[in-house]
Structures are given as structure tokens and as C-alpha cells.
Design a protein around this ligand. Structure first.
Ligand SMILES: *[C@@H]1O[C@H](CO)[C@@H](O)[C@H](O)[C@H]1NC(C)=O
Length: 494
């Protein structure tokens, strides 16, 4: 028992090692990001506050592999399916504090941050226009909104910017942006264009002038202000500058080294989310993206859009008069229609025209003998030969040939049912060979006695003849009665 254990152990380990591996992977590692979700998944325009004491040193899982080039606008760095987000046109002014960026590498980081944001935008005279205001103790507009209408020259212009002197005149910078950069002369588009005016101020210090009033003026002028604080930036003044809600407009990064991470957040902010994809469209049937975050609703076939531009109503196809229904048009809930027929009619194979229902086939006719369908959906009853239709137009009675008076019987006419009859004679008479006339028995006797003087044999033979004749008659009547009874309730169709 004991010496079998060590031999079994490696086998056991072999079985358990995948579990151990899994356990190791699940254990928190200092290298693993503690950020619960990638930045880019934080939702549209929902950027979260990053105040001082945020998460320095933790490199959040990059939305894009580091070093991977950002391609043009519309791409969301692989964090979202293509087509969900498209850069919407903006008048965008960067307000960059270059005062403390004594170290050239840090200023390079700011320029990379600006370039990355530019990369995610659709740059063009008709799309997003970008200006850059550089400031320290002085303010310099590096380029205006209308100066660069392509990404390439814009990024080259950003790359050429150099830091200014010391000082942090944030208020003056905002005022300059408002008064000189966001003007129609400088290339900003007018209020009727509905192009958002956006400013991103990046600073790592404390403003040396008043920012409250000028920022409020800028916001009142319709400029959406984003504030990015770096390092020892004064976050309180950034909150004064930024538009509301603050958690969507104020950002903080510990160092310039991670500032470019914010570019993906701005990409989301500036993207025109596709409401059709987001599911916020409210279209009852079909949502059609028109780009730039716009959409319109459409309806399935057979429906039309209601006045609310969202819900759909079935088109009244019956009202259109193109339905082709012979009798009745009925609108269906699905927006289509179907034809129906008046009572007594059935829909034909074409599903439109109607034919009179064959009441004879339906078995509801009530004819005793024969039901005859008429063209117009009606029917009538008929009787077998030898029968006549009664007043109820349904039942049949034997047509009495004897009653017609053409039977030719000299004495008695006996009806044999359907169209048949025979003649009979009164007592003391016998039917002659012609089956119609009668002769007195005396006469017959006489006829017999002329042949037989005794007449006994003749009398006996006569009696026998009469009685067998009566028996046949009885049997015939029984037979006829039976047939009549059998037919009485029969539903007979022609
Ligand atoms: C840039 O735009 C400004 C303002 O419209 C204009 O005065 C200036 O000439 C432009 N510069 C270039 C290089 O086009």
C-alpha cells in the first residue's frame, strides 16, 4: 500500500496540473490590470472622474495594442464593432499649457496625445476642423480652424509646436480661443451649421489668472469645455473650467507618459454613436443609420410609418381597392389581407374569387331523392321517375298512374309504385288476356263448360288460377312496400 503511493503520485499530478495552472492564472498578479474593464468599454460619453490619487502606475489594459497605428476615423481601435461609431464633425480647439513642460519629452507626449485624437477624427473642411492654442504666460494661436484641412498637414503642424515660456495664463488662453479661434473668420462654422464647438484644455499647473468668468462665458457661447489635468494640475480650477457633467468633462492623468491613453476616451466622446446599433432608436420595426449618429425608422412591408416617426401601422390594403377580392376583403394584423366570401359561397383556389357553395355536396339540402345544384349557389330537389315533388319541394310521392285516367283498366287500376300499375276486375269478373278488360265469371264458366260438361275440373283450375294470381299480387305489393320504405329517408344525390 505504502510503496504504491509514490508511483501513483506523478499520475495524480498529471491529472491535476491543468487545475493548478488555472489556479495560478486566477491568482491576482501585480502585473495584471486591476481595472475591471478596458477603458474603451466605459460607454459612450461616459468617461468617469479621474481626480488626483487615481490609479498611478497601473497601466490599464490598452484598448489598442501599444504601438499599433490608429487608422482613420470610424475605427474604434477594435474595441467595438465597425460601424457603431463614426467621428462626427466638430470645430475642435486644443488649448495646450506648455509652461512647465521644460522637458522636451513631456511636451512630445502632449503632442502625441493631440495627434492621436486627430487620428481618430474625420479631418476636413466639411468634417472636423482643428485649431491649437499654445499658452504659458502668453498665448499663441499655432494654427486656426481653417488652416489645415487634411490630417497630414494638421499633424505636421502639431509636430512643429514648441513650448512657450513659463507662466500659466489659463483664463487668457480660454478667452483667446473664444475670441480668436472660435470665430467664423478663423474658420469656425456658424450656429446654423449645428457643428459642435469643442475645446480641450490640457494643463499641469494652477492658473495664474481668473478662469471662472471666462470659462463660463465660453460655455455660454456654446463651447463644450473638456479639461485634462496632468501631474500637479489644480483639479479644482479644472472643474471650474469644464462643462457639466464634470465626470464626463474632467480628466486626470498622473504623468504625461499616460496622457495618450485618454485619446481613446476622446475618440468615444467624439464618435457619433449609431443608435440603431445601440438599440436606443425606438423604431418599432426597422432602424436605418444615416451616419453622424442620425437615424430614421422604417416599417416592414405592408406597414407605414406613423406621425411619431417611430411606430408603424398596417397599411389598409383593403382600402386600396387593389385587393381583388370578389366578395369581402379582410385586413390581417400582419399588414396583409385575405379575401372572404358571403355565406353560401366558398373561396376559389385563386384565394380571391368566390363560388357558390355546393349545398348538395354539403349534405344540408334535405332532398328526399335527388339534389340538383344550381349555378347561383342555390339548389333544388328532384324525384325519381314515377315520383312527384311534394309541396315542401323536398319530399317525393309516388306518381299514381292510375289517377291519370290513361291506364285503360276496365274495372280497377292498381298502382304498383313507381310508374307501374296493373288492372284488376270486380268480384265475379276475371281479367282478360289484354290485361285490361274484364269478363264475368259466368261467361268464363260458360266458356269452360262448353269444353267440360261436368265443369268441375274447369272450376277447380279457375279457382287455382285466381288464388295463385292473388298470391303473386300480394308478394309484389310486399316487395313494393319494402322498396318504398328503404327509399323514404335516403339522401340520394344525382
Ligand atoms: C490661418 O488662418 C488664419 C485665420 O483665418 C489666417 O489669417 C492665416 O492666414 C492662415 N494661415 C495660413 C498659413 O493659411
Amino acid at each position: 500500500m505504502l510503496d504504491t503511493m509514490p508511483r501513483r503520485l506523478p499520475g495524480l499530478l498529471l491529472l491535476l496540473w491543468p487545475l493548478l495552472l488555472l489556479l495560478l492564472l486566477l491568482l491576482p498578479s501585480p502585473a495584471a490590470p486591476t481595472a475591471p474593464r478596458p477603458l474603451a468599454r466605459s460607454g459612450f460619453r461616459r468617461l468617469g472622474t479621474h481626480g488626483p490619487g487615481g490609479s498611478p502606475g497601473h497601466r490599464p489594459a490598452p484598448a489598442v495594442p501599444t504601438g499599433a497605428p490608429y487608422s482613420g476615423a470610424g475605427q474604434s481601435g477594435g474595441t467595438r464593432g465597425a460601424g457603431v461609431c463614426k467621428s462626427r464633425p466638430l470645430d475642435l480647439v486644443f488649448i495646450i499649457d506648455s509652461s512647465r513642460s521644460v522637458r522636451p519629452s513631456e511636451f512630445t507626449k502632449v503632442k502625441t496625445f493631440v495627434s492621436r485624437i486627430i487620428d481618430t477624427l474625420d479631418i476636413g473642411a466639411a468634417d472636423t476642423r482643428v485649431a491649437l492654442v499654445n499658452y504659458a504666460s502668453t498665448v499663441k494661436i499655432e494654427f486656426h480652424l481653417q488652416n489645415h484641412s487634411d490630417k497630414q498637414s494638421l499633424k505636421q503642424a502639431v509636430a512643429r509646436i514648441t513650448p512657450l515660456s513659463t507662466g500659466t495664463m489659463s483664463g487668457l488662453a480660454i478667452q483667446t480661443a473664444m475670441e480668436k479661434a472660435f470665430t467664423v473668420e478663423a474658420g469656425a462654422r456658424g450656429p446654423s451649421s449645428n457643428i459642435p464647438k469643442v475645446a480641450i484644455i490640457v494643463t499641469d499647473g494652477r492658473p495664474q489668472d481668473q478662469v471662472n468668468e471666462v470659462a463660463a462665458q465660453a460655455r455660454a457661447a456654446g463651447i463644450e469645455l473638456y479639461a485634462v489635468g496632468v501631474g500637479r494640475a489644480d483639479m479644482e480650477s479644472l472643474k471650474t473650467i469644464a462643462s457639466k457633467p464634470l465626470d464626463e468633462h474632467v480628466f486626470y492623468v498622473e504623468t504625461y507618459g499616460v496622457i495618450e491613453k485618454l485619446s481613446s476616451r476622446f475618440q468615444e466622446t467624439f464618435c457619433a454613436a449609431d443608435p440603431c446599433v445601440l438599440g436606443t432608436h425606438g423604431c418599432q420595426h426597422v432602424c436605418i443609420s444615416d451616419g453622424d449618429g442620425r437615424h430614421h425608422c422604417e416599417c416592414s412591408q405592408g406597414y407605414s410609418l406613423n406621425a411619431d416617426k417611430k411606430t408603424c401601422s398596417a397599411i389598409d390594403k383593403c382600402a386600396l381597392n387593389t385587393h381583388g377580392c370578389g366578395h369581402i376583403c379582410v385586413n390581417d394584423r400582419s399588414g396583409s389581407y385575405h379575401c372572404e366570401c358571403y355565406e353560401g359561397y366558398t373561396l376559389n383556389a385563386d384565394r380571391k374569387t368566390c363560388s357558390a357553395q355546393d349545398q348538395c355536396a354539403a349534405g344540408t339540402h334535405g332532398c328526399q331523392h335527388v339534389c340538383v345544384s344550381d349555378r347561383a349557389g342555390s339548389h333544388h330537389c328532384e324525384c325519381y321517375e314515377g315520383y312527384t315533388l311534394n309541396a315542401d319541394k323536398k319530399t317525393c310521392s309516388v306518381r299514381d298512374k292510375c289517377a291519370l285516367g290513361s291506364h285503360g283498366c276496365q274495372h280497377i287500376c292498381v298502382s304498383d309504385g313507381a310508374a307501374a300499375y296493373h288492372c284488376d276486375c270486380y268480384t265475379g269478373f276475371t281479367l282478360n288476356e289484354d290485361k285490361r278488360t274484364c269478363s264475368a265469371v259466368e261467361e268464363a264458366r260458360r266458356l269452360i263448360s262448353t269444353e267440360d260438361a261436368c265443369g268441375c275440373e274447369a272450376t277447380l283450375a279457375f279457382q287455382e288460377k285466381v288464388s295463385s294470381s292473388l298470391q303473386r299480387l300480394n308478394a309484389k305489393i310486399d316487395d313494393i312496400l319494402g322498396k318504398l320504405q328503404a327509399n323514404e329517408y335516403g339522401q340520394i344525390h344525382r
